[in-house]
Design a protein around this ligand. Sequence first.
Ligand code: 13P
Ligand code: 13P
Ligand code: MG
Ligand code: MG
Length: 371
Amino acid sequence: MTKVTISIIKADVGGWPGHSTVHPRLMEIAREMLSKAVKNATIKDFHVTHCGDDLELIMSHEKGDNNQHVHELAWNVFKEATKEAKSLKLYGAGQDMLSDAFSGNVRGLGPGIAEMTFTERKAEPIIAFLMDKTEPGAFNLPIFKMFADPFNTAGLVIDPNLHPGFRFEIWDIMESKKVMMSSPEEMYDILALVGAKERYVIKRIYPKKDGKLPADEPVAVISTEKLYKIAGEYVGKDDPVATVRAQSGLPALGEVLEPFAFPHLVSGWMRGSHNGPIMPVSVKNAMCTRFDGPPRVVGVGFQLSNAKLIGPVDLFDDPGFDYTREKAQWVADYMRRHGPFEPHRLPLADMEYTTLPNVMKKLKDRFQKVE
Ligand code: 13P
Ligand code: 13P
Ligand code: MG
Ligand code: MG
């Protein structure tokens, strides 16, 4: 049976104004180009949206992960959108386009990618989570809760299909290494890693063997590109995206959304250098204003039907998350009062690509030994 591939490929190719949101013209260009790509059968279906200043291409096809034609399509969309962004003099036009040349794959060229290939079930609910003003590790807490925390996901306790738990593929993004771990057996070890979210990030979740779903097909995937590592200097945070499948052997839709009812602290926000709460919002409200934030997450839901994306449903456009948003704003205000002090401002190790090393250089000769 043919497998379906869901590819979310995203880039910031210019903000309007500043780093707040995406100009509608850029989304129009993306829609025009992806419509053509459906006609010429490069992809099956698509949805173009944004979170903050990030242009998000959600695409379905049957060509598998890392397909050259699909990646080239996304690259060309971002190139065209960059041209338009330059002519409108949008802010940071082409920000995430770190290379001039496409060479078969967008990995390492700047855009973020979350891609997974699987056998489409009788009913296949999928959710695209899109974040702005934060980093890939921001997904560690919600993904852990969905697939490993029985206080979040009732099904881990009461659904025999979820009861065996899940396998976690965890990446060390500093050393480019990965490890497979099993929950619940290794839960404390998993937490020892993923609690250090700036270094260890959850990349994929797999079902256990002999369950309802094939054990070699992912049920969740998170983009893990690290922009500053690629560019060698600070060029903006690598605002992450994720795709999660739900129901029938997996967490229910409501169990997938539940972790976002807690606006946990993430790194990013103003100049990518501050900790703050992540606020779940509708697409309409996915605009980063207060101190270029607070960081936001959008959830766009679909049912898949023979690789067609039946949707979108704007999942956080719901009063059920009003209380979370209010709490996020309270926390944002509390954090803001710290101004340039940690833990609002990130610790020194994470400020490597800002002016701080230069401040240290300037002061080097003025430091005297303490007697
Ligand atoms: P329904 O009975 O509405 O299908 O819901 C089942 C379920 O699992 C909800 O979490
Ligand atoms: P982006 O990474 O979303 O472009 O934001 C950069 C920034 O500096 C916000 O203050
Ligand atoms: Mg930007
Ligand atoms: Mg952004």
